[in-house]
Design a protein around this ligand. Structure first.
Ligand SMILES: Cc1cc2nc3c(=O)[nH]c(=O)nc-3n(C[C@H](O)[C@H](O)[C@H](O)COP(=O)(O)OP(=O)(O)OC[C@H]3O[C@@H](n4cnc5c(N)ncnc54)[C@H](O)[C@@H]3O)c2cc1C
Length: 393
């Protein structure tokens, strides 16, 4: 087997890997992007839905992006508790908004744009090993879609390969090296065929537990309610799911429709101990996981990529290591702010099985303090719509 050569080997064709290949190509830097999944699987997996304004400003520049034609701008969310709804007005508080544009649509756009630009993008290519990250010629090996082994030698290897990253041990020393928190609850998520039940997302903290009334499109809705992490997604009937959801959003009559997907989403926070070692770095979920309450996962992946792109341009075009040396610290700055926001929203809206009456009343006090204070509402709006991306290192 003869090893192939490229400048940047990117493991993972999720939002992080595809966007990085796009930005590198703009600077004339070749890359190979490998993903173990098929194109169809990637384009059909339903995940994130909320894009920060900064993410939209990146995506809208990509040829063929449908973010403005298919996506919907959302100028606020509602926090509902103690029988009342409280709108957080994003533009009024921050001058910024978010967009509802599902992750799989982002991926459909990015894959089409990368293939049209001639990107070497390989589906069904599973990476097994990463070696030599402390040399100038790191290499990856794996098996392609036809079951043939491959070996690629690169100037740099990027782990954009999600939470079960195969690149992470080469950078951080092990799969688990880092800072981890598991929460004693999860979200039971459904996708259903129904029109939206509300114009904007509702985060509802009710006496019966938390629920999020989210959206996907004009005809498909995404809704979640807090559940036990061990819950079996198939154990509840559709009628029980609707009854649970309705009981947690008092004051709104939800539009019901056939449920065609259900899953249990565990809540975890994780930040890897090292984001870069020698000629390898991690971006996106390979480097961190956030609970979904703050809608930060995909947006954080984009923020990492913008920094790494700048670092790699300097390294590979100017032979200047200062950017890559600064990458980890610069990325961590936003990662921990997003970790805090995701944890804060989670703790403010959910009660754990061990919570007492004190915890419940304290939580309501916190929610009142946030919505009754302009500073509180603005803080939430700033975090939710996203801090401006840092582009220099
Ligand atoms: C069910 C679910 C719901 C979510 N909901 C939200 C939400 O509402 N809001 C939000 O902001 N975030 C949400 N997230 C998180 C968000 O989807 C992620 O943060 C985002 O996908 C991160 O992008 P990424 O490119 O870093 O990783 P991924 O999207 O995970 O992409 C990694 C890619 O690497 C590939 N890969 C992995 N290992 C290998 C290997 N060995 N060889 C080759 N390829 C490999 C995978 O097939 C995958 O395509 C959700 C996640 C899940 C799982």
């Amino acid at each position: 087997m003869t090893a192939e050569r490229t400048r940047v080997a990117i493991v993972g064709a999720g939002p992080a890997g595809l966007l990085l290949s796009h930005l590198l190509a703009e600077a004339g830097i070749d890359s190979i992007v490998l993903d173990s999944r098929s194109r169809e699987d990637i384009e059909q997996t339903i995940r994130a839905g909320i894009l920060e304004q900064g993410t939209v400003e990146i995506l809208e520049k990509i040829e063929g992006s449908r973010v403005h034609t298919m996506g919907h701008r959302h100028d606020g969310v509602e926090l509902r508790f103690a029988g009342e709804g409280h709108r957080i007005d994003f533009p009024g508080l921050t001058g910024r908004s978010v967009w509802l544009y599902p992750q799989h649509e982002v991926l459909i756009d990015l894959i089409a744009a990368r293939l049209a630009a001639g990107q070497d993008l390989r589906f069904g290519a599973h990476v097994d090993t990463v070696e030599g990250v402390e040399t100038d010629t790191p290499r990856i090996t794996g098996t392609d879609a036809e079951g043939r082994p491959f070996e690629i030698v690169a100037d740099f290897v990027v782990g954009a390969d999600g939470s079960r990253s195969v690149v992470r041990p080469s950078v951080a020393g092990s799969m688990t090296a880092g800072y981890f928190r598991e929460y004693p609850f999860a979200w039971f998520g459904i996708l259903c065929e129904a029109p939206p039940s509300s114009d904007e997302l509702i985060y509802s903290n009710s006496p019966n537990g938390f629920a999020l009334i989210s959206q996907r499109s004009d005809t498909v809705q995404r809704m979640y309610f807090q559940c036990d992490p061990e819950a079996d997604p198939n154990a509840m009937s559709d009628a029980e799911i609707w009854e649970t959801l309705q009981s947690r959003v008092p004051g709104t009559s939800l539009n019901e429709g056939p449920i065609f997907q259900r899953d249990v989403l565990r809540f975890r926070s994780f930040v890897v101990s090292e984001l870069r070692k020698g000629r390898a770095a991690l971006v996106g979920d390979a480097a961190h996981t956030v609970p979904p309450t703050g809608a930060k996962g995909m947006n954080l992946a984009v923020a990492d990529v913008i920094l790494l792109n700048e670092a790699l341009r300097r390294l590979l075009l100017e032979n200047d290591e200062s950017g890559i040396d600064a990458y980890a610290e610069a990325a961590r700055h936003r990662i921990w702010k997003a970790q805090h926001f995701s944890w804060w929203m989670t703790s403010m809206l959910h009660l754990s099985p061990e919570s007492t009456e004190f915890d419940r009343y304290r939580q309501l006090g916190e929610l009142h303090a946030v919505v009754e204070s302009e500073a509180g509402r603005r803080y939430l709006a700033e975090c939710y719509t996203g801090w401006p991306f840092r582009t220099t290192l």
